[in-house]
Design a protein around this ligand. Structure first.
Ligand code: 1BN
Ligand code: ZN
Length: 356
């Protein structure tokens, strides 16, 4: 159900530093566990060969895993994902303001918010500034080392942290010059990744996980700009980047969430989709619909073009709030966020169980 009351108070009443402190305390992730390192990512992954997704090309997952009928420790760990925590992360981002190029302070505060939450939870975290199409953007790359180092593989989860500068699909023509708040479109993917990081820090996976936050996904068709500017900048800056598989998480909080098998993912990384849908079945996550979806231009495309098996988990048909002023926290569902987060954790925990 949607929660009308954001936990964090509006910036007009409290400074954003205080908001951040309150959120950290409320989310129970204020105790640093791992010494953060601001150094840029140095070690190439053991999977940095040009073979895409080797682990997903072996044998069907079902034959690799010995599933007992009692809930496994992996299922129990995945259940630690809190949809309410994720919803609070969405509310906090919306409170910081639109994450558009016309709101640089909100963007700076959002980057601080992401970094402040992830530093105690991750092994490495680094900002990656870039300039593309005359825009100064920042991606964030955080990594959580698996308990087996890279011996159990490496996965990636990505989300865009920017929001669309204009609500150009709003039914009210007077709203179309105003910025989208991006609870769902932008906020929800970031929120899921932050809450996944909290669970992984408490219940480490054997596989390593990269968490990637992309800027400027949502500038498409504004002044002739393309979509996915930040994701493309990331792939261009890391030509040797390789993971066993990955997923972009985009627009996953709507109350009527429905995630089909997005078209490009289905044709270029069906094994990753299969593994995620198996996780969804184990987690009774009915928002994942086992039906083909249309191809969508999103942050997975630069990865697929580079031969990296990254799929797009996105609500389709897009909800009516898409690119309108109605993209608000009130339309988000903690229960649906939990289905998505638990499925992703199940996917990560099971990937670590694959014999290599
Ligand atoms: C996703 C969220 N997208 C934009 N906001 C990607 C997209 C690109 C969707 C083109 C439809 C058309
Ligand atoms: Zn959008």
């Amino acid at each position: 159900m949607a929660r009308r009351q954001p936990i964090c108070r509006p910036a007009t009443q409290l400074s954003h530093a205080l908001i951040m402190t309150l959120c950290l305390a409320l989310l129970g992730c204020a105790e640093p566990q791992n010494a953060p390192s601001a150094s840029p990512y140095k070690e190439p992954s053991a999977y940095s060969n040009k073979e895409p997704s080797a682990a997903f090309n072996e044998k069907p997952l079902a034959s690799r895993n010995n599933e007992a009928s009692a809930p496994s420790h992996k299922a129990l760990a995945a259940a630690q994902f809190s949809g309410r925590n994720a919803l609070r992360h969405i509310a906090a981002q919306v409170t910081l303001g639109p994450r558009s190029p016309y709101h640089p302070r909100a963007k700076a505060r959002t980057l601080d918010y992401i970094e402040t939450h992830l530093k105690p939870l991750t092994t490495r975290i680094a900002r990656q500034p870039f300039v593309r199409h005359g825009l100064n953007g920042t991606n964030v790359w955080a990594s959580i080392d698996g308990s087996d180092g890279d011996g159990a593989g490496r996965l990636m989860l990505g989300a865009h942290w920017d929001t669309r500068p204009f609500a150009d699909r709003d039914a009210n023509i007077d709203h179309r010059q105003r910025p989208v708040l991006g609870a769902n479109d932008g906020g929800s993917g970031v929120a899921v990744l932050l809450e996944v990081a909290r669970v992984l820090q408490k219940q480490p996976a054997r596989s390593s996980v990269d968490l990637l936050f992309f800027d400027f996904e949502d500038m498409g068709q504004i002044d002739g700009l393309p979509f996915s500017i930040g994701a493309r900048a990331f792939v261009a800056a890391q030509p040797d980047y390789r993971v066993d598989g990955g997923a972009i998480i985009d627009m996953v909080c709507d109350q009527r969430l429905r995630i089909p098998r997005e078209g490009y993912s289905n044709s270029h990384a069906p094994n990753v989709l299969d593994a995620i849908w198996q996780s969804a079945a184990r987690q009774s996550a009915t928002v994942f619909v086992d039906a083909p979806g249309v191809p969508i231009v999103d942050d997975h495309l630069p990865f697929l073009e580079a031969g990296i098996a990254v799929v797009d988990l996105i609500h389709y048909p897009f909800p009516s709030s898409w690119h309108t002023l109605n993209d608000r926290v009130e339309n988000c569902s903690a229960a649906n966020l939990a289905q998505v987060g638990r499925t992703l954790l199940d996917f990560i925990y099971h990937h670590g169980a694959i014999e290599r």
